[in-house]
Design a binder for this molecule. Structure first.
Ligand code: ADP
Length: 456
């Protein structure tokens, strides 16, 4: 540094010298300390950050994961509550919500299962369509009734497939329900269409309930046919009686010969009506289970010999050979003697009626492990295969004119069958058309002891 005098001339120069090593060292030391301090601070900050994040973000992440699982349907979500701050409270609320949701869904699926079980086990078919006509539910009874293995139909396809065309629409408005009958294979189904509504929508779709009414329809048809048959059977003799009486009143009475003949006809027609009414009453008693059987011992050999004796005369007038082949071992049956006699007489009378002169009618007995059997075999006209199962039906006759001409009511075998069934037995027929018929009365062996013959 120059030192100047008053005039500004440099008088001398001050020269100082300092050793900077110490300073440099101390600066380096300070820098080092600062770096270490910063490093330590950073490390501390990182550690603290980590610890902090562990306590704050981990529960949030857990909550997020839990919510995601919940949304995906895994309802059993319970998250550990680690603190009692806001996050802790949120976690507790989440756990509470998940538990409630799980319970509600469990209740709902229990209800749904209950409904499913009821619908599945119902004998009625149930189908439901939404308001777009999509099938939303179908139970197994419906499939059985509609004779399908699976059903993927819209409402209109359903209507079309089963040919239901009587005013059934998806939007039936306020109409309560509409019933329709339609055939499926050889069954008859009754479908009842009812619109249903939801809380938000007026009409939400249609429920279809299917019922199998085949039996009901069959019974209904049978009842109608029965009434028609009875009326028809009564009308013929009534018309005859009426016309003969009128002819008598108009003057035929004067001629004793003609009058006698006409009265004879009137008498036999009246008999025919009386027989018909007697048979009908008997059937009606069986139908209403009002039959009291009078069970006694029936020694078979004597009983069947008696039957032959009673019918011999009718067979002889047709030169037919009616006979009984006595059983080696005489069996004693238990039954209502009069009624069993009615059955065998009906069978033998039929054998005589429906066999030509010179035919052979053989009565014989037999047994198997469970039944004693009485058989009547004729060499008559026989019954065609398609008629055979129907001869036990009421009023069924293979040849109506012939049966009527022979005084049959068409109810004999129907009554005979009822009588055999009331004895816990059976009545069956085998026949070869043109060759002959064998009728078999079956008596269960276990029933062959004194028993109370009341049908309750
Ligand atoms: P029916 O009063 O007409 O004899 P049934 O009920 O006794 O009534 O018999 C029903 C029908 O069965 C008869 O009309 C007849 O066609 C047929 N049938 C019954 N027995 C015989 C038989 N042994 N041979 C041929 N046809 C028979």
């Amino acid at each position: 540094m120059p030192v100047k005098d008053a005039d500004g001339n440099i008088n001398y120069i001050i020269f100082t010298r300092l050793d900077a090593t110490d300073m440099k060292n101390s600066l380096r030391q300070t820098t080092k300390t600062i770096i270490i301090a910063v490093m330590l601070a950073l490390l501390l900050a990182a550690i603290m950050g980590f610890v902090f994040s562990q306590t704050l973000t981990r529960p949030i992440l857990e909550l997020t994961k839990g919510a995601k699982n919940l949304a995906e349907g895994s309802l059993n979500q319970k998250i550990k509550v680690r603190s009692d701050d806001e996050i802790g409270q949120l976690t507790a609320s989440f756990n509470n919500m998940a538990a409630k949701l799980e319970k509600n869904i469990a209740d709902m699926s229990k209800e749904k299962n209950k409904l499913e079980i009821i619908l599945h086990n119902m004998t009625d078919g149930v189908l439901s369509f939404d308001k777009e006509g999509e099938l939303i539910h179908v139970n197994s009874a419906s499939m059985d009734m509609l004779e399908v293995n699976e059903l993927h139909l819209t409402f209109s396809q359903f209507i079309k497939k089963f040919d239901i065309n009587s005013g059934v629409y998806l939007d039936m408005g306020p109409e309560i329900s509409q019933k329709v009958n339609f055939p499926v294979g050889n069954r008859f189904i009754n479908a009842s269409f009812s619109p249903y509504s939801s809380e938000t929508e007026k009409i939400a779709g249609v429920v279809v309930v299917l019922q199998d009414i085949t039996e009901q329809k069959k019974l209904d048809d049978m009842r109608k046919e029965f009434v028609a048959n009875v009326s028809h059977e009564l009308r013929t003799p009534l018309t005859t009686v009426k016309s003969y009486t009128e002819t008598l009143l108009e003057g035929a009475l004067e001629d004793t010969e003609i009058a006698k003949e006409f009265l004879g006809i009137v008498n036999s027609e009246a008999d025919r009506m009386a027989f018909l009414v007697r048979d009908l009453l008997q059937l009606s008693r069986f139908d209403s289970k009002q039959v009291q059987l009078d069970i006694t011992e029936i020694p078979l050999n004597a009983f069947l010999e008696e039957t032959v004796r009673q019918n011999k005369i009718h067979a002889e007038t047709k030169e037919q050979n009616l006979y009984y082949v006595p059983a080696k071992k005489d069996v004693i049956l238990y039954g209502d003697r009069d009624r069993i006699s009615q059955v065998i007489n009906n069978i033998v009378t039929n054998a005589i009626k429906y066999s030509l002169p010179k035919a052979e009618i053989r009565i014989f007995t037999g047994e198997d492990a469970y039944y004693y059997k009485i058989m009547v075999k004729d060499t008559g006209m026989g019954i065609q295969r398609e008629d055979l199962p129907r001869i036990f039906e009421r009023f069924y006759r293979v040849d109506k004119a012939r049966s009527r001409a022979m005084g049959g009511t068409g109810l004999g075998l129907a009554i005979a069958k009822e009588i055999m069934e009331s004895h816990k037995g059976r009545l069956t027929a085998e026949s070869e058309y043109g060759k002959g018929t064998t009728m078999t009365m079956w008596f269960p062996k276990e029933q062959q002891e004194p028993w109370e013959g009341e049908i309750l």
